[in-house]
Ligand binder design. Structure first.
Ligand SMILES: [Mg+2]
Length: 383
């Protein structure tokens, strides 16, 4: 069983918890300082009730509600809170995945009374930060995430064998992660309106209409997910690269460029072995930090250098200080899975993948790193 935690109106709730004057009021968090020329990146439930939601231009939101409260977004605050929530969750002793800044998943296989655990999680987070979470529990990540969206805010939805058909029948298929506007329209044309309509389709139907990606989606929807991965004995447990800098450096841009290069090298080896990875490990060595090592596990397995690099930066944030002197560093990936199961269903991701494949081809033909991301160039030029 997977337990999915989704924070309710995360950014807006944090702002309301910090500033009691904002509590109970319609509030938007904007991506920029200028409140009339920005986009809503989070809306409080009071604002949502008026029809305001994230993605909307702030000017439209103010037209709907001229007395709207406004706060510009402050990422560091939300990232810090997200990290603290992770720590609370880790204390429950289950394996955890980070799905996004405000979403987390737990593998709770074998737990008899998940309802008590879910309530406990909600209470602990509320006591610590005064903000609420919604929780979904189901046999796999996709359905658990769906469950978390059903009774917002502060809801708990358990999808089990008894109520699965009933819940899926009542839920429009567009609520499923991965069903965007375009895919939703295609499904609609095929007469698939509810999650149950999709759930009841056969792998044959999915293959005929959506190819291998359709079969993958079918498997994701029906799977019994576990985070503990059954690794084959012939498969490596981890893939990594490390490097000692010619001279210790305190320049964060230079260090990040090296992390990026190592991430690209690890990603290429993952692709060569047809593997994807869920866990990123970063190792840093320097006079102040000594040997620092930390890792994070993510829900989505990956073998793209940019994404592995982004994940490394999240791990790096754990080291605390910003301008550390670094002498050597290493990136490695574990939690390895076969790649084919995770062929991307979505256009954006597919575009990214064909770009990576093209880069790999050129590098294979003309020599290692003939083509590489521009930022990696910094490793040659700066020190
Ligand atoms: Mg959320």
């Amino acid at each position: 069983m997977i337990l999915h935690i989704d924070m309710d109106a995360f950014f807006a709730s944090i702002e309301q918890a910090i500033n009691p004057k904002l509590k109970g009021k319609p509030l938007i968090v904007g991506s920029r300082q200028n409140k009339m020329h920005t986009v809503v990146c989070a809306a409080s439930y009071e604002a949502k009730a008026l029809g305001i939601d994230s993605g909307m231009p702030s000017a439209d939101a103010f037209r709907i509600c001229p007395n709207l409260e406004f706060v510009p977004a402050e990422q560091s605050k939300y990232i810090w809170t997200s990290e603290q929530i992770c720590k609370i969750l880790e204390d429950f002793g289950y394996q955890i995945c980070y799905a996004s800044i405000d979403e987390f998943q737990m593998d709770i296989a074998g737990l008899e009374q998940p309802l008590n655990l879910a309530k406990n999680i909600q209470d602990k987070i509320y006591k610590a930060f005064g903000i609420t979470a919604s929780i979904g529990i189901a046999k796999n990540c996709l359905l658990a995430k769906l469950g978390s969206k059903i009774n917002k805010p502060r809801g708990i939805t358990i999808i089990n064998e008894q109520n699965l058909d009933d819940i899926l029948f009542k839920t429009p298929v567009k609520k499923l992660r991965g069903v965007g506007q375009k895919f939703g329209l295609v499904l609609d044309n095929l007469g698939i309106k509810t999650c149950l309509d999709l759930y009841q389709k056969t792998p044959y139907f999915m293959k005929r209409n959506f190819g291998q990606n359709g079969v993958n989606f079918y498997e994701e929807l029906h799977a019994n997910d576990r985070f503990q991965i059954q690794e084959r004995p012939d498969k490596p447990k981890s893939i990594g690269h490390s490097y000692t800098l010619p001279r210790a450096s305190r320049n964060p841009e230079f260090i990040k460029a090296w992390v990026r290069l190592l991430a690209e090298m690890v990603a290429k080896r993952l692709r060569e072995a047809n593997l994807v990875s869920r866990t990123v490990h970063l190792w840093l060595n320097g006079p102040e930090i000594g040997n620092f090592g930390a890792q994070k596990t993510f829900c989505e397995p990956n073998n793209d250098g940019v994404e592995i690099y982004r994940r490394c930066l999240k791990v790096m944030a754990k080291s605390g200080s910003k301008r550390l002197k670094i002498r050597a560093l290493g990136v490695s990936c574990s939690g390895l899975l076969e790649n084919q199961y995770y062929a991307p269903l979505f256009r954006e991701q597919r575009k990214g993948e064909s770009l990576i494949k093209a880069m790999d081809k050129i590098n294979d033909r003309l020599g290692q790193n003939t083509i590489f991301p521009a930022v990696v160039f910094l490793t040659q030029r700066m020190q």
